[in-house]
Design a protein around this ligand. Structure first.
Ligand code: PLP
Length: 497
């Protein structure tokens, strides 16, 4: 028996019984009413003298980060590589990450609600995963290019927990996996059109830099992308089933729709939440029009429980895109999973002459990523990480609601388990329902984006690292004490408004 065939970390039979990671779906009608109130009234930013105090924090306490950020400016465009990482007034340089906390190079400690953009559901640097990764690195290094046992174990595990996944193909990132899933859907259906839901982020591949962040914005960000490449991508406003039906009908007259691609919570990880029955209705429409349904579960996969959003909603997609939590924060997080008959069009290897949708990647499915993913998911399953992180998200959101009401602020907090949204500037919620509104939104978006950056800076100066100042990921490491500490800090920030 190989050293790897038995699981050296014992997973006790007394594993935590999973609780639904989402305790209650937000009341969508009320939320949209509050969004519209938020964006119709004047902004409520941090008061200028308080903002000056925030900036002093960076001047006085973050000199090491500043120096590194200045060096970075010379060799990295804009001095920052991560689109969503906090970077106002400059990015923090991190020296340590452990559990629920980050420490910067100047020794300042923060509660980490960025969670690297979502993958570290167990908290940072979980020892159970690190130990197994080190063992594999000692045995064979990070990559061999041949089959490794953890590749199979990870695929078996994912197939056993995700309702819509019979087979899995590992790739390098969520972006690559979405790109591959679209290609696969086109190969399988022999159709061209792809319909996405406006505002959703599906990575940065040429054909999906389309309708990003704000619904209806089409090619607004498609700089450097020829029109032809996005020529068969369409977008529909979230929750608008009639518009989706019309698109599918229209496409039927000109070759048909290969796939409807969506984030199952709603665009941008539920920033604009879907009505609870929406995904099931989209499933029906896909069946009626012969299009594949692709769930982009890059964020929701495992963060909403082992079965992802598809298990929560009870809707089985034809294809599932995974990323982030799939490898627990270790590199190369991307996979396409799905129905066997569709997935068989992804056969790998140089020997095949079968008709296939070509995907690849030198480092895809390397032993390091696979062992990390396998143990991160096993540990998440054993501890019910999604359920625990979900309760932390509930506690945080309830506390934020209380602060917002007590201070009579127009802000909106809501959560789907461990994904907590905190809308203060409303920049992602502006109404872009028609061309005039879209045109008006462009200018206003700049001011609202600036406010969001200022809020992000103020959170940081109060010891809270968030995702772009408006989203918070909780993790297994977020105990009640961590959340209560965070709430006191949010209260201090909101006292500066
Ligand atoms: C829903 C969704 N899809 C796809 C991606 C792209 O994944 P990656 O950053 O691994 O390329 C992201 C990244 O944030 C995402 O949130």
């Amino acid at each position: 028996m190989s050293a790897l065939t038995s699981d050296p970390i014992a997973f006790p039979a007394t594993a935590a019984a999973p609780r639904p990671a989402i305790s209650a779906w937000p009341e969508v009608g009320t939320l949209y009413r509050r969004f519209s109130e938020l964006v119709q009234q004047p902004m409520r930013p941090i008061r200028p003298p308080e903002m000056a105090r925030v900036m002093r924090y960076f001047d006085e306490r973050c000199q090491g980060s500043r120096r590194l950020a200045e060096r970075a400016q010379a060799v990295i465009p804009g001095g920052v590589q991560h689109n969503l990482a906090f970077n106002h007034p400059f990015p923090l340089a991190v020296a340590k990450a452990e559990g629920a906390h980050l420490t910067d190079v100047d020794g300042n400690r923060y509660i980490d609600f960025l969670q690297a953009g979502g993958p570290t559901l167990l908290g940072s640097k979980h020892p159970a995963v690190r130990q197994k990764v080190n063992e594999v690195l000692d045995a064979c290094g990070p990559v061999t290019g041949l089959l490794h046992e953890y590749e199979v174990k990870l695929a078996e595990l994912v197939c056993s927990v995700m309702p819509g996944v019979d087979m899995l193909r590992l790739l390098g990132s969520g972006t690559e996996a979405v790109m591959g899933a679209v290609r696969l859907a086109r190969a399988y259906t022999r159709r061209k059109w792809i319909v996405k839901i406006g505002g959703a982020y599906h990575g940065w591949s040429d054909q999906l830099v389309y309708g990003m962040r704000l619904p209806g914005t089409g090619r607004m960000e498609a700089v450097g992308i020829p029109h032809g490449v996005t020529g068969h991508t369409q977008e529909c406003h979230p929750n608008d089933l009639e518009a989706l039906r019309r698109k599918l009908q229209w496409n039927r007259l000109r070759g048909g729709t290969a796939a409807v691609l969506l984030e199952p919570l709603g665009p941008e990880s539920g920033t604009r939440p879907v009505h609870p029955g929406y995904n099931a209705e989209v499933r029906k429409l896909c069946d009626e029009f012969g299009a594949l349904l692709i769930f982009d579960e890059v964020v929701t996969g495992f963060r909403l429980g082992m079965g992802g959003a598809q298990a929560y909603f009870g809707v089985t997609p034809d294809l599932t895109v995974l990323g982030k939590c799939l490898t627990g924060g270790y590199p190369m997080a991307g996979a396409i999973g799905g129905r066997k008959d569709v997935m068989m069009l992804l056969v790998g290897g140089i020997g095949t002459t079968a008709r296939r949708a070509f995907v690849g990647g030198t480092l895809s499915a390397n032993p390091l990523s696979c062992v990390a993913g396998y143990y991160a998911l096993k540990e998440a399953q054993r501890c019910d990480a999604a359920g625990v992180a979900g309760r932390a998200g509930d506690r945080l959101r309830k506390g934020l609601d209380e602060i917002i009401q007590r201070r009579a602020l127009p802000y909106v907090a809501y959560n789907m388990g461990s994904i907590v949204h905190l809308q203060t500037s409303g920049v992602l919620l502006m109404d872009t329902g028609n061309l005039y509104k879209l045109w008006r939104a462009k200018d206003e978006a700049k001011a609202r984006k600036h406010m969001m950056e200022e809020m992000g800076a103020a959170y940081t100066a109060h010891g809270l690292v968030t995702l772009a100042g408006s989203r918070i990921y909780t993790s297994l490491a977020d105990t009640d004490e961590v959340i209560d500490d965070a709430l006191n800090r949010f209260d201090d920030v909101f006292g500066c408004v």
